[in-house]
Write a protein that binds this ligand. Structure first.
Ligand code: FES
Length: 97
């Protein structure tokens, strides 16, 4: 195993989990998770934060009923019911502003 410091200070995981149509449990992909991930990645680029914040897609974060969901590290903030309007604040908090 190789270990080294990650080249970014903050990681934001946006749930993009997709369940089969008709599945009794909701999924973040059907609630805009993919679009939120894309928008967040674009905002990171636009703000020039590529070197400090990295956006990833994730599987289920375990809060499907309250999705779309995201989690941010290192502060470990789990965010439920994320809307597009929340994205600037999520980045502001991550950047410490
Ligand atoms: S499907 Fe997104 S939290 Fe479960």
């Amino acid at each position: 195993m190789l270990k080294f410091p990650a080249p970014f200070a903050t990681a934001i995981f946006v749930c993009t989990n997709k369940r089969a149509d008709g599945h009794p449990k909701p999924c973040c992909a059907d609630r805009g998770g993919l679009e939120l991930r894309d928008e967040l990645k674009a905002m990171v680029r636009e703000r020039g934060l590529d070197g400090t914040i990295k956006v990833f897609q994730s599987g289920c974060l375990g809060a499907c009923e309250r999705g779309p969901t995201a989690v941010r590290y290192p502060d470990g903030q789990l965010m439920l019911g994320v809307a597009r309007a929340d994205l600037p604040g999520i980045l502001d908090e991550a950047a410490g502003s």
